[in-house]
Design a protein around this ligand. Structure first.
Ligand code: PMP
Length: 360
């Protein structure tokens, strides 16, 4: 068996021990005689798997008791509609900060449901930085303030938490959730697709403060209504059972590795290997402002774009895959989520050095 170093932005690399456990348990989960995929979501086995996953994510993120954790479907893109439908609470508008492609998608969708005030935008820098809060023009009557805490395509990450006073802060944390500790109490609602740092696609985690539940617009589909889902333990309809099971295994793996504080140390060390090298050479360049560089998604460009194809081919032949940048920005992107071992990043930097030496 050969495992590659998979730098995909998502669906992305999963921890090998998790995949091994899933393989071992594929035909017979804990003596049940069934695969998790075959279990009723109402049966005691799956109820236990679900409860364990919730309890582990609560422990990892230190989620306060007055927050619900929901395991939903529809992806982060679904949340772009779900959030305004549920959080407007009689208000007419919401604030959005635009830091790149994923913020733009959130803004476009929210405009179907409310007035969107773009409180700040990084467009002028081609989305290579996070606007400082002093520049934000927040609307005091906004129902909430929405940010994307890590722009997966642009590689721009908040390394600070905005202060929005009494206005709930909402964050799309799809690509940096569980990469480091977060003070959940600073947020009204956090959402994330699972397929980067938590498990397979098809599962969306929503962490929401109790008082924000129960205000959905009448048009809200039931499966998107926070209250209906919260009242039914995320089982208003059949939940993505297998994805929840794998996410639970990932949470367990994170706990065994020392939790999120330990992951942060690990993730900082990995990112530093890449950024330190990018800072030391003019053959490659990082487009992102140094203070706002993502620990999870590292976009970089070759000075001479005509070498892109050769770079990717050479990487592939060394077992390093999915390094091509998103089509909207070009260049390269290395996604180095929790499950990417430091050996993968070392191998990448070593290859980049060799490529520079032979083509520089
Ligand atoms: N937001 C961010 C920050 C993302 O990275 C992605 C997926 N790449 C999405 C939203 C969309 O997620 P999904 O495909 O799960 O709807």
């Amino acid at each position: 068996m050969t495992r590659v170093f998979n730098f995909s932005a998502g669906p992305a690399v999963l921890p090998e021990p998790v995949l091994r456990t899933a393989a071992d348990e594929m035909l017979d989960w804990h003596g049940s005689g069934m695969s998790v995929m075959e279990m009723s979501h109402r049966g005691k086995e799956f109820i236990a798997i679900h409860a364990q996953a919730e309890s582990l994510i609560r422990e990892l993120l230190n989620i306060p008791a007055n927050y619900k954790v929901l395991f939903l479907q529809g992806g982060a893109i679904g949340q772009n509609a779900f959030v305004p439908m549920n959080l407007l609470r009689g208000r007419s508008g919401a604030d959005y900060v635009n830091t790149g492609e994923w913020s733009k998608k959130s803004i476009k969708e929210a405009k179907k449901y409310c007035n969107v005030n773009v409180a700040a935008t990084a467009e002028a820098s081609h989305f290579t930085h996070v606007p400082q809060q002093a520049e934000w023009k927040l609307d005091p009557n906004a129902a909430y303030v929405h940010i994307c805490s890590n722009e997966t395509i642009g590689g721009v990450e908040y390394h600070w938490t905005p202060d929005t006073g009494d206005v709930p802060l909402v964050a799309d944390m799809s690509s940096n959730i569980l990469s480091r500790p977060v003070d959940v109490s600073r947020y009204g609602l956090i959402y994330a697709g699972a397929q980067k740092n938590m498990g397979p696609s098809g599962l969306t985690i929503v962490i929401v403060r109790d008082d924000l539940i129960g205000h959905a617009l009448p048009i809200t589909p039931s499966v998107f209504d926070l209250k209906q889902q919260a009242d039914n333990d995320s089982m208003l309809n059949t939940p993505p059972t297998y994805a929840i099971y794998i996410a639970g295994l990932v949470f367990n793996w994170l706990k065994a590795r020392g939790g999120l504080a330990a992951m942060e140390v690990h993730n900082r060390a990995k990112a530093a290997l890449l950024y330190d090298y990018l800072n030391s050479t003019s053959f490659y360049a990082s487009p992102v402002a140094p203070d706002d560089r993502s620990l999870m998604n590292v976009p970089f460009k070759l000075r001479d774009e005509s070498l892109d194809e050769a770079f990717l081919k050479g990487a592939q032949s060394r077992g390093m895959l999915q390094l091509k940048g998103h089509r909207s920005v070009g260049g390269m992107r290395a996604s180095i989520y929790n499950a990417m071992p430091i050996e993968g990043v070392k191998a990448l930097v070593q290859y980049m050095k060799e490529f520079e030496a032979s083509h520089g």
